[in-house]
Design a binder for this molecule. Structure first.
Ligand SMILES: Cc1cc2nc3c(=O)[nH]c(=O)nc-3n(C[C@H](O)[C@H](O)[C@H](O)COP(=O)(O)O)c2cc1C
Ligand code: SF4
Length: 598
C-alpha cells in the first residue's frame, strides 16, 4: 500500500492542489482512505494530516473503512422515493442480510444512501462501483446480488438487462438520455468546430459583445448575464481560468448529464471560446463524481479535439494555446456553488467563500476565473454560429433564448425538453402528459412549490426562474411527508456547516416538519418555522442557506391547509418574542450578498 500511495501522490506532481484527485485515486484503489493512507499522503505532500483529513471528511464518497467489493449507492432523492425506492431498499437488505450503512461480513457488498445522482427520469437508480443502474425493482435486485455472488464485473451486469444499454460504447451504463424535445440551441443541429473557427477570427472583445447582445443569462440557476461576467474577467490582468460547473447536484436536474453525453464537443468548444474571449490558457471541467462513468468518453472527446487542433497549441492556426482538464468532485451538493467549486478544485473542503472578491477577480488559484454552467457554454456556441439577433429573438424580453428542462415525477414522459423561455406551467404539464397534478416543484428543493392556481405562470427568469429541475407531484402524494420532509433532510445533510444558522436551523426545521408529519406539532409551530426560515435566509453566507427553507416557506404559503390539518389548534404561552429574535439575529450578522441569488 505504501508504495502505491506514494506513486499516486507522485503522479500528481506532489501537488497539494490536486488533493481531491489523490484521495479519489486512493479511494478507488483500496476501497477507502485509511488513517495510514492519510498519514502517508500528508507526509508526501508536506502538509499536516489535519489538512488531508479536513478535505477527506467533507465529501460523501471518501470513506475511512473499506467499502464492499461492490459498493451500492442508492439514490434517496424525492423522485427515487416517489418511484419506489422503499421496495428496492427492502430487497437489497433482504438479499444481502445487512442494513444500509453496513458491509456484508465477507466484504462483498456494502449499502449506502446518496443524494440525487442525476437520473430522476429513470428512478429508482443506484450507482454500483460508479456504474449507473436505473429503474430498479425487486427482480433486478435479486439478479444483481446473485451476479455479485458469482463475482461478475459490474460492467457486464448492466448489459445483461438489454433494455437500456447506452448506445455509446464508451459510456458504460444503462442510462437513457430521454431527449423528448430537441430545440434549436443546445440539442439541435451543430457542426463541430465551426463556431470556434469563427470566434478565433474575431477580436475577443467582439466575441464578448456578441454574447452580451444575445441576452444570454447563466443557465445554472442564478441567471447572471454571461457577456457581462466575461467582460469583467477580461478586464483583469494576468493569468486567467475558465471553469465549467458540471456539478449538477440540485435534486431533479439531469439536463447537464444529457449535454455531457450528447454534446461534449459543443461544451468544450464553448469553454474554448470563453478562453479566447477572456484571455485564458486553461479550462477546468468540474464534474460531479456521480458522473464518473462519463470519464472515458469525455477524455476521448478531448483527445479527439486535440487531434483536430481544436485544443492544444496554436488552435486552428490562430496562435491560441488552450487546453481543458477534468476535475472530479467527490459528492457534495454545495460544491455546485461557484466559490465552493473553486475551493474543491484546489483540493480543499468545498466551503463557499465570502464575496467580494468575486471569482472573476480572484477565483481558481487566486486568478480571475469565469465559471459557467454546461448549458451556458453550449448556448454560446450557437450564439457565435447563428448570431446574437437570432438568439435574442427567442424567449421573452428578459429571458432570451431557450432553456433545457429536466422534467420528472408524476408524468407520462419524463426527460429533457428544450423550450423557449416563457412557456407556462400548464403548457409544460400538457407537453409531458401530466394529469391530476397537486403541485410542481420548480427549480428543485431550493426553488418553489407551485400550486395549480398558479399554473398559468411563465417559466422565465422574471417569473419562475429555474436551472432546469421540474418535479411534477401528483395528487396521490403526501406533499409534506413525501416531498418537504425529504428536501429538508437533504439540506440538513448538505449544509457545509460554516454558518451557525444554516448548520443548526436546517436541523431544527427538519425536526419540525417531522413533528408536523407525525401529528404532534401545534399551530404556533407553523409560525415558528416561518420565523426560523427567515433567520437562515438572512444570516447565511451562500445560496444554500439562503434557499434551504424554501420547501417549508413555499408550502406554508401555497398549501397552508395541509399544515393546519396536521397540527393541533392549542394555545401556546411564552414570553419569548419570536419576531424580535428574528430582527435581532438579522441585525448582528453581516450578510454577504451572493451572486447566485442576486
Ligand atoms: C448550493 C448551490 C448549488 C449550486 N449548484 C450548481 C450546479 O450544480 N450547477 C451550476 O451550474 N450552478 C450551480 N449553482 C450556481 C453557481 O453558484 C453559479 O451561479 C453558476 O455556476 C454560474 O454559471 P452560470 O452563470 O452559467 O449559471 C449553485 C449554487 C448554489 C448556491
Ligand atoms: S449557507 Fe450553509 S452551505 Fe452556505 S456557507 Fe453557510 S453553512 Fe455552508
Amino acid at each position: 500500500m505504501r508504495e502505491k500511495v506514494i506513486s499516486i501522490v507522485q503522479s500528481y506532481g506532489k501537488n497539494s492542489g490536486r488533493l481531491m484527485d489523490i484521495l479519489l485515486s486512493v479511494q478507488s484503489e483500496f476501497g477507502c482512505v485509511s488513517e495510514e493512507a492519510v498519514s502517508l499522503i500528508a507526509s508526501e505532500l508536506g502538509i499536516s494530516e489535519v489538512d488531508v483529513n479536513q478535505t477527506k471528511t467533507f465529501y460523501h464518497f471518501f470513506t475511512t473503512n473499506r467499502v464492499g467489493k461492490y459498493a451500492i449507492y442508492m439514490n434517496n432523492s424525492v423522485v427515487s422515493e416517489m418511484m419506489g425506492m422503499a421496495e428496492v431498499v427492502d430487497e437489497l437488505e433482504k438479499q444481502t442480510g445487512v442494513k444500509f450503512g453496513q458491509t456484508t461480513p465477507d466484504g462483498l457488498v456494502s449499502l449506502h444512501f446518496t443524494a440525487c445522482i442525476g437520473m430522476s427520469d429513470q428512478e429508482p437508480a443506484a450507482l454500483i462501483n460508479s456504474v449507473v443502474f436505473t429503474q430498479l425493482n425487486r427482480d433486478k435486485v435479486r439478479k444483481l446480488i446473485s451476479d455479485m455472488r458469482e463475482g461478475k464485473p459490474v460492467e457486464s451486469m448492466f448489459s445483461e438487462y438489454g433494455d437500456g444499454v447506452n448506445a455509446n460504447p464508451l459510456v458504460k451504463s444503462m442510462v437513457k438520455n430521454n431527449i423528448r424535445k430537441a430545440g434549436p440551441v443546445t440539442l439541435g443541429e451543430y457542426a463541430v468546430g465551426t463556431s470556434l473557427g469563427k470566434a478565433l477570427g474575431m477580436d475577443p472583445n467582439a466575441v464578448i459583445d456578441e454574447v452580451k447582445n444575445s441576452g444570454l443569462r447563466g443557465r445554472g440557476g442564478a441567471g447572471f448575464p454571461t457577456g457581462l461576467k466575461w467582460m469583467f474577467c477580461s478586464k483583469e490582468a494576468g493569468e486567467k481560468y475558465v471553469m465549467c460547473n458540471a456539478d449538477e447536484g440540485e435534486p431533479g436536474t439531469f439536463k447537464d448529464r444529457v449535454l455531457l453525453t450528447e454534446r461534449a464537443n459543443m461544451l468544450f468548444e464553448g469553454m474554448t471560446i470563453a478562453g479566447w474571449a477572456i484571455g485564458a490558457k486553461e479550462g477546468v471541467l468540474y464534474l460531479r463524481f456521480e458522473y464518473k462513468y462519463l470519464k472515458a468518453y469525455l477524455e476521448s472527446v478531448l483527445a479527439d479535439m486535440r487531434t483536430k487542433n481544436l485544443l492544444g497549441n496554436n488552435i486552428l492556426g490562430k496562435g491560441f494555446n488552450y487546453d481543458i482538464r477534468i476535475q472530479f468532485g467527490a459528492g457534495a451538493y454545495v460544491c455546485g456553488e461557484e466559490s465552493a467549486l473553486i475551493e474543491s478544485s484546489e483540493g480543499k473542503r468545498g466551503e463557499p467563500r465570502n464575496r467580494p472578491p468575486f471569482p472573476v477577480q480572484k477565483g481558481y488559484n487566486a486568478k480571475p476565473t469565469v465559471i459557467n454552467n454546461v448549458e451556458t457554454f453550449c448556448s454560446v456556441v450557437k450564439i457565435v454560429e447563428q448570431g446574437s439577433a437570432w438568439y435574442k429573438a427567442m424567449g421573452t424580453e428578459e429571458s432570451a433564448g431557450t432553456k433545457l428542462l429536466s422534467i420528472s415525477g408524476d408524468c407520462e414522459k419524463p426527460g429533457v425538453y428544450e423550450i423557449a423561455w416563457g412557456m407556462t406551467l400548464n403548457e409544460m404539464l400538457a407537453m409531458v402528459g401530466a394529469t391530476d397534478v397537486q403541485a410542481v416543484q420548480v427549480a428543485g428543493p431550493s426553488g418553489s412549490c407551485i400550486p395549480p392556481s398558479q399554473f398559468g405562470r411563465k417559466i422565465a427568469i422574471e417569473d419562475l426562474a429555474t436551472g432546469g429541475s421540474m418535479i411534477v407531484i401528483g395528487k396521490k402524494r403526501d406533499l409534506l411527508k413525501d416531498v418537504v420532509m425529504n428536501f429538508m433532510r437533504f439540506f440538513e445533510d448538505e449544509s457545509c456547516g460554516s454558518c451557525v444558522t444554516c448548520r443548526s436551523f436546517n436541523m431544527i426545521l427538519t425536526k419540525q416538519i417531522e413533528k408536523v408529519v407525525a401529528g404532534t406539532a401545534i399551530r404556533t409551530d407553523i409560525d415558528n418555522m416561518k420565523a426560523w426560515s427567515q433567520i437562515i435566509r438572512k444570516t447565511s453566507r451562500c445560496g444554500l442557506g439562503q434557499t434551504s427553507s424554501n420547501p417549508i416557506t413555499t408550502t406554508i404559503e401555497n398549501f397552508r391547509e395541509l399544515y393546519e390539518a396536521r397540527t393541533k389548534d392549542v394555545a401556546y404561552q411564552s414570553d419569548f418574542d419570536m419576531n424580535k429574535a428574528v430582527a435581532d439575529s438579522c441585525k448582528v450578522v453581516g450578510r454577504v450578498p451572493n451572486v447566485h441569488h442576486e
